[in-house]
Design a protein around this ligand. Structure first.
Ligand SMILES: *[C@@H]1O[C@H](CO)[C@@H](O)[C@H](O)[C@H]1NC(C)=O
Length: 454
């Protein structure tokens, strides 16, 4: 019985935990920064003061006190705490000065200090699919009340004032302030799932995989990136059970973005066609002249077929989707395709194919971030295999050409790949994140960006 239950439940659990292509971990530092800047942007302090200065419906006049007015609202101090499985507990400590005239003609002043608390639940907006905070259980707690009224009339008058006015009016006056701040925080997620261009090759957008989760130390947002070709065709991300996770020993209080190798593979698949090129230059870098004469040094039959030295034309086609692999500290880009070398002929005549080889090689990827884009540059790591598929100059041992083609790929082809990679890959646009100071690390099956505040 138990086993059946486990089969059903475990199946359900693994089924639901589809590996996200990317994930975000948001620390308290980052959330504090966001809420603080939302407070400033929302001009909530000014609004609170204006609200407090208005005549409050339901506020009973206090006997013997006239001209009641809020004269000053203290700068709110916000404290946030993560509540596991729920969201963020928010406390706004503020205060205000209330002035009036007492029946004896003197000025009366009451200074109240108060805390407004609420739980901001982390949800997913059903309409937009975006992460969203929603406040619950807003309460106003009076921390202290001070007044200049003569001590003999203090308890009665102030208690009455607190009862009839502050306790009833403050929550309706102050709680909307919490919501107003959250509107600003929520707005900063608005661009997350908008499609962003990868040059002309397609688009990427980041959708939420599930409702974000809160732990004692961070909020985790699992993302499913959608990689699409310009015609709208979606590129399926490989899922070979290549789980990735943020290392457990991430620095306390830091925020991270992880991009899986599978997702980067999907993005590079957009560029597969652009990785195919025809190279005609006779002189490239430190390579020997790219002519049939040079080639004849490796394959004597080439000289027999082409007595006069002719320039070489090389056609490289990548015929499998590029694949990114990542192991701690190293990332490789695997390319499979064909390399055809031909001898050029006079203008207007098609080159004559010498041979066609099947090639598999990999490139080291170096990552960097510029603005809100991930950039990659590559260098040849290894030519892994070379197989002759056809030849017009007879049989030859293609392994003898390994050194020649290793140099050829590094000097002639890698610059082409790097040129194509200049498009850059858009990073998730959320909470106004500035990636310029991010530190990059390659971890198991993922690229990790340590996000730093400015
Ligand atoms: C009011 O909030 C401050 C800051 O969070 C806290 O230190 C204090 O204990 C709170 N006071 C009451 C009475 O809740």
């Amino acid at each position: 019985m138990l086993r059946i239950l486990c089969l059903a439940l475990c199946g359900l659990l693994t089924g639901m935990r589809a590996d996200p292509g990317a994930l975000l971990r948001l620390s308290m530092d980052l959330m504090n920064h966001e809420v603080q800047s939302a407070m400033e942007e929302s001009h909530i302090l000014e609004k609170m003061a204006a609200e407090a200065g208005k005549k409050q419906p339901g506020a009973k006049p206090i006997k013997g006190i006239t001209d009641l007015k809020v004269s000053d609202v203290l700068v709110p101090v916000i404290t946030l705490n993560f509540v596991p499985d729920v969201g963020i507990f928010q406390c706004v400590s503020t205060g205000m000065t209330i002035n009036g005239k007492s029946f004896m003609g003197g000025n009366m002043e009451i200074i109240v200090v108060l805390n407004i608390t609420a739980t901001n639940r982390m949800l997913q907006d059903e309409e937009t699919g975006l992460p969203m905070f929603k406040s619950e259980g807003c309460e106003v707690i009076l921390v202290s009340v001070k007044t200049n009224l003569p001590s003999n009339m203090l308890p009665k008058v102030v208690n009455k004032f607190l009862d009839s006015t502050l306790n009833k009016v403050l929550p309706t006056m102050m709680c909307p302030a919490i919501d107003a701040v959250l509107v600003y925080v929520n707005k900063k997620w608005a661009n997350l799932n908008a499609p962003m261009p990868v040059g002309q090759a397609g688009t990427v957008k980041y959708a939420l995989s599930s409702i974000p989760t809160t732990t004692a130390n961070y909020i985790q947002v699992d993302l499913t990136p959608l990689v699409q070709e310009p015609e709208g065709n979606t590129i399926e991300l490989p899922d070979g059970g290549e789980a990735f996770a943020a290392p457990g020993d991430y620095a306390e209080g830091s925020s991270q973005l992880l991009l899986s190798a599978a997702f980067l593979t999907g993005e590079l698949t957009l560029l597969q066609k652009s990785f195919g090129v025809k190279i005609k230059d006779k002189k490239i870098g430190s390579l020997p002249p790219l002519t049939t004469k040079t080639l004849a040094g490796f394959i004597p039959a080439v000289a027999k077929a082409h007595h006069k030295s002719k320039p070489l034309v090389t056609q490289i086609k990548i015929n499998k989707p590029p694949k990114v692999t990542m192991k701690s500290g190293q990332s490789l880009l695997h390319l499979h395709g064909t390399l055809e070398m031909s001898a050029a002929r006079r203008k207007g005549k098609a080159p004559v194919s010498l041979f066609l080889l099947e090639v598999h090689f990999n490139l080291n990827i170096q990552f960097s971030v510029q603005e809100d884009q991930l950039h990659m540059t590559t260098s040849l790591n290894r030519l892994l295999s070379l197989t002759r598929k056809s030849s017009s100059v007879g049989k030859f041992n293609e392994q003898d050409l390994t050194g020649f083609f290793t140099d050829y790929l590094q000097e002639a082809y890698v610059p082409v790949v790097n040129g194509v990679l200049q498009v850059g890959f858009p990073l998730p646009d959320f909470l106004g994140m500035n990636y310029n100071r991010a530190e990059l690390n390659i971890v198991e099956n993922a690229l990790m960006l340590n996000l730093k505040l400015e």
